[in-house]
Design a protein around this ligand. Sequence first.
Ligand code: FNR
Length: 360
Amino acid sequence: MLMTVQDFETAARMRIDPVHADFIAGGAGDEITVRANEEAFRRLRLLPRVLRGSAERALDISVLGSRARTPVLLSPTAFHKLVDEEGEAATARAAAAAGAIMIVSMASTVAVEDIAAAAREAGEHGDPPPLWFQLYIQPDLGFTEALVRRATDAGCAALVVTVDSPVRGAHERDLRNGFLDLPPGLRCEHMVDPREGGRVHPIAMSPVISWEHIDWLRGTTSLPILLKGALHPEDARLAVRHGVDGLLLSNHGGRQLDTVPATVELLPEIAAAVAGRIPIVLDGGVRRGTDVVKALALGACAVGIGRPVMWALAAGGEKGVRRLLELFREELDHALALCGASGVRGLPPDLVRAPAWGPA
Ligand code: FNR
């Protein structure tokens, strides 16, 4: 029975190629940050209040104009067709049914137009929450602008610009396994260049991308822009100054620079730096309803999940992802009730006892 995120991982591993399981689970270098993300949540303690609960907990959120029925959103992950025939279309149907925001990866194996159509088809309770689109700014700004327009026309309601990837992370498991490219028949649908008769470009991760590019993007689109992967408080302040609308506090699930701190460990500092001026979404190591409560109490307005979605999709396709999102909802609601909270908004930081951070 699939009762925990860990169960989904176990079930997924029984169904997929071990090389692909390594691609999902793995990270950069010694995977110190991969482990740190989960460990940091485990080391935080909840300190509940009593005699002040409510019969029902409100789990809905509104962030940058997007409304969702849960604060758990789907962080962008590449290559869903590696683990499920329908790929991102199946994921999008599950997210829409759960009322969860899905961030479409630029490296998706289904085109954003088809993902949006799948989400619309599955929205059960009125309109499903909108999709957001994750972008690696390409040095070819004409191509980047065309892609932004494509995502906008497809109905995406925000852009999530990943800025922690000036070069590709060193994924040693993939190198050892010789997993360097998508298998034949699969491709990154957003990298097909119509100007060149359908040639598929590799995604460029470029160290020359700078704040000037963020300014350029700011002038190109009226969609809200979130930065994904800024970790230093000074960069969080710069983001506000450059007109960025939100932060996705993320270390790429430990897949870029190894040995950076766990995201939840950085959250109080980042929250202090932005001082409520822009919303913060956090991802990395969120595996339990209690993790969601901790992140929200420390200043995030929502959390993202990456690997759990891939495991659930691999384990059970659309149904698997639906069940995963239900599980997070049940666990979150239960944890909130036990904390004496009436919902996900306005959780106080004193709900969390932090250890003095140091080596685990
Ligand atoms: C990712 N992540 C990612 N991030 C991004 O900005 N663009 C992308 O295309 C991808 N692709 C991707 C693939 C896979 C298989 C994984 C596991 C991750 C990072 C992702 O958005 C997120 O930051 C982390 O996955 C969050 O950590 P957890 O929930 O996996 O611990």
